[in-house]
Design a protein around this ligand. Structure first.
Ligand code: RBF
Length: 209
Protein backbone atom coordinates (compact mmCIF):
# COMPACT_ATOMS: atom_id res chain seq x y z
CA UNK A 1 0.00 0.00 0.00
CA UNK A 2 1.24 3.52 -0.78
CA UNK A 3 2.71 5.17 2.27
CA UNK A 4 1.36 8.62 1.43
CA UNK A 5 -2.12 9.11 0.01
CA UNK A 6 -2.15 12.92 0.10
CA UNK A 7 -0.57 14.21 -3.10
CA UNK A 8 -0.42 17.38 -5.12
CA UNK A 9 -2.34 17.16 -8.39
CA UNK A 10 -0.47 16.22 -11.52
CA UNK A 11 0.12 19.40 -13.50
CA UNK A 12 2.11 17.71 -16.26
CA UNK A 13 -0.63 18.17 -18.86
CA UNK A 14 0.11 21.53 -20.46
CA UNK A 15 -2.54 24.12 -21.24
CA UNK A 16 -1.85 26.98 -23.61
CA UNK A 17 -1.97 30.25 -21.73
CA UNK A 18 -0.92 32.42 -24.66
CA UNK A 19 -4.44 33.74 -25.32
CA UNK A 20 -5.49 34.10 -21.67
CA UNK A 21 -5.82 37.23 -19.53
CA UNK A 22 -5.28 36.64 -15.83
CA UNK A 23 -5.42 38.84 -12.72
CA UNK A 24 -3.50 38.23 -9.53
CA UNK A 25 -4.86 39.94 -6.42
CA UNK A 26 -2.69 39.63 -3.33
CA UNK A 27 -2.82 40.74 0.30
CA UNK A 28 0.19 42.45 1.90
CA UNK A 29 0.16 40.85 5.36
CA UNK A 30 3.15 38.53 5.93
CA UNK A 31 5.02 40.07 3.01
CA UNK A 32 8.02 37.74 2.90
CA UNK A 33 5.76 34.76 2.28
CA UNK A 34 3.49 36.71 -0.08
CA UNK A 35 6.47 37.81 -2.21
CA UNK A 36 7.64 34.23 -2.65
CA UNK A 37 4.15 32.94 -3.47
CA UNK A 38 3.64 35.77 -5.95
CA UNK A 39 6.97 35.04 -7.64
CA UNK A 40 6.09 31.32 -7.93
CA UNK A 41 2.66 32.15 -9.33
CA UNK A 42 4.00 34.55 -11.97
CA UNK A 43 6.80 32.18 -13.00
CA UNK A 44 4.28 29.40 -13.62
CA UNK A 45 1.86 31.64 -15.52
CA UNK A 46 4.68 32.67 -17.86
CA UNK A 47 5.97 29.10 -18.17
CA UNK A 48 2.47 28.19 -19.38
CA UNK A 49 2.58 30.88 -22.03
CA UNK A 50 0.63 33.73 -20.42
CA UNK A 51 1.95 36.99 -21.85
CA UNK A 52 3.26 39.73 -19.54
CA UNK A 53 0.78 42.27 -20.90
CA UNK A 54 -2.09 39.87 -20.10
CA UNK A 55 -1.19 39.64 -16.40
CA UNK A 56 -2.60 42.30 -14.08
CA UNK A 57 -1.43 42.44 -10.45
CA UNK A 58 -3.36 44.28 -7.74
CA UNK A 59 -2.78 44.40 -3.98
CA UNK A 60 -5.02 44.90 -0.95
CA UNK A 61 -4.11 45.30 2.75
CA UNK A 62 -5.17 41.91 4.11
CA UNK A 63 -6.81 38.63 3.15
CA UNK A 64 -10.19 39.83 4.38
CA UNK A 65 -10.18 42.34 1.50
CA UNK A 66 -9.55 39.71 -1.18
CA UNK A 67 -13.12 38.64 -2.09
CA UNK A 68 -14.42 42.14 -2.79
CA UNK A 69 -11.25 43.03 -4.68
CA UNK A 70 -11.54 39.93 -6.88
CA UNK A 71 -15.20 40.64 -7.58
CA UNK A 72 -14.49 44.29 -8.51
CA UNK A 73 -11.50 43.37 -10.68
CA UNK A 74 -13.63 40.90 -12.63
CA UNK A 75 -16.39 43.51 -13.05
CA UNK A 76 -13.84 46.15 -14.10
CA UNK A 77 -12.40 43.91 -16.78
CA UNK A 78 -15.87 43.59 -18.32
CA UNK A 79 -16.16 47.38 -18.29
CA UNK A 80 -12.77 47.61 -20.07
CA UNK A 81 -13.85 45.06 -22.67
CA UNK A 82 -17.15 46.90 -23.23
CA UNK A 83 -15.36 50.24 -23.57
CA UNK A 84 -13.09 48.76 -26.21
CA UNK A 85 -16.05 47.49 -28.17
CA UNK A 86 -17.71 50.93 -27.97
CA UNK A 87 -14.48 52.65 -29.07
CA UNK A 88 -14.24 50.40 -32.06
CA UNK A 89 -17.84 51.05 -33.07
CA UNK A 90 -17.30 54.78 -32.53
CA UNK A 91 -14.21 54.64 -34.70
CA UNK A 92 -16.28 53.14 -37.46
CA UNK A 93 -18.92 55.83 -37.02
CA UNK A 94 -21.56 53.24 -36.17
CA UNK A 95 -22.85 54.19 -32.77
CA UNK A 96 -22.23 57.85 -32.20
CA UNK A 97 -25.63 59.08 -30.94
CA UNK A 98 -24.49 62.70 -30.78
CA UNK A 99 -23.11 62.66 -34.28
CA UNK A 100 -20.07 64.56 -33.09
CA UNK A 101 -18.07 64.08 -36.23
CA UNK A 102 -18.41 66.93 -38.74
CA UNK A 103 -16.70 65.05 -41.50
CA UNK A 104 -18.31 62.06 -43.12
CA UNK A 105 -15.48 59.76 -42.18
CA UNK A 106 -14.46 59.97 -38.55
CA UNK A 107 -10.86 59.17 -37.71
CA UNK A 108 -10.51 55.62 -36.43
CA UNK A 109 -10.12 55.41 -32.66
CA UNK A 110 -7.28 53.16 -31.66
CA UNK A 111 -8.23 51.81 -28.25
CA UNK A 112 -5.54 51.20 -25.67
CA UNK A 113 -8.00 49.37 -23.40
CA UNK A 114 -7.65 45.59 -23.24
CA UNK A 115 -10.55 43.99 -25.05
CA UNK A 116 -10.73 40.80 -23.04
CA UNK A 117 -12.19 40.22 -19.58
CA UNK A 118 -10.15 38.13 -17.16
CA UNK A 119 -10.24 34.39 -17.80
CA UNK A 120 -9.23 33.64 -14.21
CA UNK A 121 -8.24 35.46 -11.04
CA UNK A 122 -5.73 34.22 -8.48
CA UNK A 123 -6.33 35.44 -4.90
CA UNK A 124 -3.20 35.25 -2.74
CA UNK A 125 -3.10 35.76 1.02
CA UNK A 126 -1.22 34.40 4.00
CA UNK A 127 -3.10 33.94 7.26
CA UNK A 128 -1.06 32.87 10.27
CA UNK A 129 -2.86 31.85 13.42
CA UNK A 130 -2.44 34.22 16.34
CA UNK A 131 -3.72 34.12 19.88
CA UNK A 132 -7.20 35.45 19.14
CA UNK A 133 -10.10 34.19 17.03
CA UNK A 134 -9.32 36.48 14.08
CA UNK A 135 -7.67 33.68 12.15
CA UNK A 136 -10.70 31.41 12.28
CA UNK A 137 -13.15 34.15 11.29
CA UNK A 138 -11.04 35.47 8.43
CA UNK A 139 -10.20 31.99 7.04
CA UNK A 140 -13.83 30.97 7.12
CA UNK A 141 -15.31 34.10 5.60
CA UNK A 142 -12.62 34.56 2.94
CA UNK A 143 -12.78 30.99 1.67
CA UNK A 144 -16.58 31.05 1.48
CA UNK A 145 -16.62 34.47 -0.16
CA UNK A 146 -14.02 33.57 -2.80
CA UNK A 147 -16.04 30.49 -3.67
CA UNK A 148 -19.14 32.68 -3.94
CA UNK A 149 -17.40 35.13 -6.27
CA UNK A 150 -16.35 32.40 -8.68
CA UNK A 151 -19.81 30.82 -8.71
CA UNK A 152 -21.58 34.18 -9.05
CA UNK A 153 -19.33 35.42 -11.86
CA UNK A 154 -18.53 32.14 -13.61
CA UNK A 155 -14.87 33.21 -13.67
CA UNK A 156 -12.48 30.71 -12.06
CA UNK A 157 -11.05 32.09 -8.82
CA UNK A 158 -7.95 30.27 -7.63
CA UNK A 159 -7.74 29.88 -3.85
CA UNK A 160 -4.23 31.03 -3.12
CA UNK A 161 -4.75 31.62 0.58
CA UNK A 162 -2.42 29.87 3.00
CA UNK A 163 -4.07 29.19 6.35
CA UNK A 164 -1.06 28.30 8.48
CA UNK A 165 -1.02 27.37 12.14
CA UNK A 166 2.61 28.48 12.51
CA UNK A 167 5.10 30.73 10.72
CA UNK A 168 7.12 27.67 9.78
CA UNK A 169 4.13 26.14 8.01
CA UNK A 170 3.69 29.34 5.99
CA UNK A 171 7.39 29.42 5.09
CA UNK A 172 7.45 25.76 4.04
CA UNK A 173 4.41 26.19 1.79
CA UNK A 174 6.05 29.07 0.00
CA UNK A 175 9.38 27.32 -0.61
CA UNK A 176 11.15 29.27 2.17
CA UNK A 177 11.35 26.54 4.83
CA UNK A 178 13.98 27.06 7.51
CA UNK A 179 15.03 23.40 7.60
CA UNK A 180 17.02 21.38 5.07
CA UNK A 181 13.81 20.90 3.07
CA UNK A 182 12.75 24.33 1.86
CA UNK A 183 9.30 23.00 1.01
CA UNK A 184 7.21 23.50 -2.09
CA UNK A 185 6.12 26.90 -3.37
CA UNK A 186 2.36 26.56 -3.71
CA UNK A 187 2.25 29.68 -5.84
CA UNK A 188 3.46 27.54 -8.74
CA UNK A 189 0.43 25.27 -8.37
CA UNK A 190 -1.88 28.27 -8.33
CA UNK A 191 -0.39 29.62 -11.57
CA UNK A 192 -0.81 26.24 -13.25
CA UNK A 193 -4.34 25.82 -11.85
CA UNK A 194 -5.34 29.25 -13.19
CA UNK A 195 -4.22 28.43 -16.73
CA UNK A 196 -5.93 25.04 -16.61
CA UNK A 197 -9.21 26.34 -15.19
CA UNK A 198 -9.27 29.35 -17.54
CA UNK A 199 -8.76 27.01 -20.51
CA UNK A 200 -11.46 24.62 -19.31
CA UNK A 201 -13.93 27.43 -18.59
CA UNK A 202 -13.49 28.88 -22.08
CA UNK A 203 -13.92 25.52 -23.75
CA UNK A 204 -16.88 24.46 -21.60
CA UNK A 205 -18.47 27.87 -22.20
CA UNK A 206 -18.38 27.14 -25.93
CA UNK A 207 -20.03 23.75 -25.35
CA UNK A 208 -16.83 21.86 -26.16
CA UNK A 209 -16.04 18.87 -23.98
N1 RBF B 1 -4.55 39.56 7.15
C1 RBF B 1 -3.84 38.61 6.53
O1 RBF B 1 -3.81 38.58 5.30
N2 RBF B 1 -3.13 37.68 7.26
C2 RBF B 1 -3.14 37.64 8.61
O2 RBF B 1 -2.48 36.77 9.20
C3 RBF B 1 -3.91 38.62 9.29
N3 RBF B 1 -3.99 38.61 10.65
C4 RBF B 1 -4.75 39.54 11.27
C5 RBF B 1 -4.84 39.53 12.67
C6 RBF B 1 -5.59 40.48 13.32
C7 RBF B 1 -5.67 40.45 14.81
C8 RBF B 1 -6.28 41.48 12.56
C9 RBF B 1 -7.10 42.55 13.26
C10 RBF B 1 -6.19 41.48 11.20
C11 RBF B 1 -5.44 40.54 10.52
N4 RBF B 1 -5.33 40.57 9.14
C12 RBF B 1 -4.60 39.60 8.52
C13 RBF B 1 -5.88 41.69 8.35
C14 RBF B 1 -7.27 41.44 7.78
O3 RBF B 1 -7.21 40.51 6.73
C15 RBF B 1 -7.85 42.77 7.25
O4 RBF B 1 -6.94 43.35 6.35
C16 RBF B 1 -8.15 43.79 8.32
O5 RBF B 1 -8.91 43.22 9.36
C17 RBF B 1 -8.92 45.00 7.74
O6 RBF B 1 -10.15 44.58 7.17
Amino acid sequence: MAEHIKQHPDFTQRFDGSGLRIAVVHARWNKVVIDSLLAGTLAKLKENGVKDHNIVIQSVPGSFELPLAVQRVIAGSHVQAGATATDLLGGLGISSPLGTSRSGTPAPVVSTMPSQPFDAVIAIGVLIKGSTMHFEYICDSVSHALMRVQLDTGVPVIFGVLTALTEDQALERSGLGRGADKGHNHGEDWGAAAVEMASHARRWGEGKF
